[in-house]
Design a protein around this ligand. Structure first.
Ligand SMILES: [Mn+2]
Length: 544
């Protein structure tokens, strides 16, 4: 058994005297490299695999694999731990090469120091450098061209694979060379370098990859239908989309698909582009529960890397529009209702991606939505169902309004005067009781409202903002319109203004307390009645 800082994913503890140094490296690299530098590059990862995965036989002859790692100004130890980890955790007979693509880095440690360092791997690690910074997306396509393994495995530049990660990831591609596979991605904390399972999965941690109609990455629960297709929990299952950083694909199939659209800049939307191409042009995208890879997520406080000067502004939205215009057919209207400003962005020439779509006789987006992504509209409807209430939320006792100014997740909700600004209702005082029965500020329509919700842990705690989780639970609110009370079901409490502090709390319901009575600007009584049909009015009355 190995001993040392961070071995097997043990938390790394640092003395608080290092705080300012830590802050500075997080700004530069996005990770606490002071902690990372204390961990051996050869550390043993944590093994989060399910027991079942440890008792499966995989084929002993697998195709040759090129692992491709693209990096730009990456910190030394997270990058090199990725390389060491792959070499240590991959049987040598499968690992044809590790291809490192330096996408325009200008840090000293990524120059000749790196070239010299990799010589110790006897030629298995190859470093290529782009003449200019191409961005992650084109750099990945360049990596495919530089590689010569039969299977390409892409990893982000800050990953640590868990034991026996490769055979389960490659085996489905042996059975279908158009299968593109994705490992289960675990979270490595960028401060302490511990491994934890991603949130939002089922009891086995399994989820499918998805998007909402503003084109944001989402995870949704694995469906009964997908479970029923398999004999065991540990078998691969179908996913509509991938997160993008980590996947395996047959090299020939990736070239048949035309690699990534060359017109996509830096990052953003390419994960969906590839997911759509794979599914709609004859392949399948599989998530593999027994292949697990930890990924270090960037920490808040990272300054990031500014894009090169040649990249058009709004590059991310331009990317989204290229992908949507190429693949979504009529469904594109659902994006533009949420992002009307993107309609006027110039996508540039789409003839190359469209020519691949035609040549490969790819299926329609409607087919894809009905056959593969059939569960996404249940979580993210194309047309958002009507809200129960909207507008100002004013308090009868204090005559103040709930203020939607967002100071970050966890910051308490405040109260302020209900005055109007320039004849318009202040959007920070506009609220929605959405179809998910959560309460969100801002926007002119419920689907352009901010994605932060009124959130409360328990009775007598302050009500604060938190990222909307769509799971009802502690973000579920009922507007009891007869009583004018906002009822928090989980804590069986009512929203109460605390005028002295300008905050709001969940308190024991008391209809005689005017600080618990709230008036919404607009009510949809039919919808509210539907929302409240499961409420036991009698139970509430008892608490009054
Ligand atoms: Mn990453």
């Amino acid at each position: 058994r190995r001993a040392g800082a961070g071995e097997y994913g043990e938390a790394v503890q640092l003395d608080s005297s290092l705080d300012s140094q830590v802050k500075s490296v997080i700004g530069e690299f996005g990770f606490n490299t002071v902690a990372s530098d204390r961990i051996s590059l050869d550390r043993a990862p944590k093994d989060l695999r399910h027991e079942e995965c440890k008792h499966i036989d995989y084929p002993s002859h697998l195709p040759s694999v090129s692992v491709i790692i693209v990096f730009h100004n990456e910190a030394w130890s997270p990058l090199m731990r990725t390389v060491h980890n792959v070499i240590n955790n991959t049987p040598r007979q499968y690992l044809h090469e590790i291809v490192m693509i330096d996408d325009g880095s200008h840090k000293d440690h990524l120059g000749s120091k790196l070239d010299e360092y990799v010589t110790k791997f006897n030629g298995i690690v190859k470093v290529y450098r782009n003449d200019r910074r191409e961005g992650l997306i084109r750099a990945r396509s360049i990596g495919a061209k530089k590689s010569s393994g039969e299977i390409l495995v892409y990893l982000d530049a800050h990953c640590e694979a868990e034991p026996n990660w490769l055979p389960p990831l490659i085996t489905p591609i042996l059975n279908d060379h158009r299968a593109c596979t994705v490992p289960l991605i675990d979270v490595i904390d960028g401060n302490k370098y511990t491994f934890t399972e991603q949130a939002g999965g089922d009891e086995n941690g399994l989820a499918r990859g998805a998007w909402d109609w503003s084109f944001q990455w989402k995870r949704i629960p694995i469906t009964k239908k997908e479970k029923a297709r398999r004999n065991r929990m540990s078998e691969p299952y179908r996913s509509p989309a991938m997160a993008g950083g980590l996947f395996a694909i047959d090299r020939n199939f990736f070239f048949e698909l035309g690699l990534y659209d060359d017109g996509l800049e830096i990052w953003g939307g390419e994960n969906f582009e590839l997911s759509y191409k794979v599914w709609m042009c004859g392949g399948q995208l599989l998530f593999v529960p027994c292949s697990r890879v930890g990924h270090v997520y960037r920490l808040p406080g990272w300054r990031g890397n500014p894009p090169p000067a040649y990249v058009p502004k709004d590059a991310v939205f331009r990317n989204y529009k290229r992908v949507i215009e190429t693949w979504w057919d009529d469904y594109s209207k659902y994006f533009y209702t949420r992002r009307p400003e993107v309609k006027s962005i110039d996508t540039g020439d789409l003839s190359v991606p469209l020519s691949y779509k035609k040549k490969l006789q790819c299926r329609s987006f409607d087919w894809f939505m009905k056959e593969i992504a059939y569960d996404i509209p249940k979580h993210y409807p194309m047309v958002e169902p009507p809200s129960g209430a909207s507008g100002h939320i004013s308090n009868i006792g204090t005559k103040l309004c709930l203020d939607g100014k967002f100071g970050g997740s966890g910051s308490p909700l405040t109260l302020s005067n209900c005055e109007q600004h320039g004849g318009e209702l202040s959007t920070t005082k506009n609220w929605w009781l959405t179809w998910l029965e959560d309460i969100r500020p801002g926007g002119n329509t419920p689907d352009t409202a901010r994605k932060v919700c009124l959130d409360c842990v328990s009775r007598d705690s302050v009500v604060s903002f938190w990222e909307c989780h769509h799971m009802r639970g502690n973000q579920l609110w009922k507007y009891i319109f007869d009583n004018k009370q906002l009822y928090h079901s989980v804590s069986r409490s009512c929203l109460e203004a605390s005028p002295g502090e300008g905050k709001v709390y969940a308190r024991e319901c008391n209809h005689n307390n005017l600080n618990q009575l709230w008036v919404w600007g607009n009510l949809n009584i039919t919808r509210l009645a539907e929302f409240n049909s499961d409420l036991h009015q009698a139970a509430i009355a008892l608490e009054v």
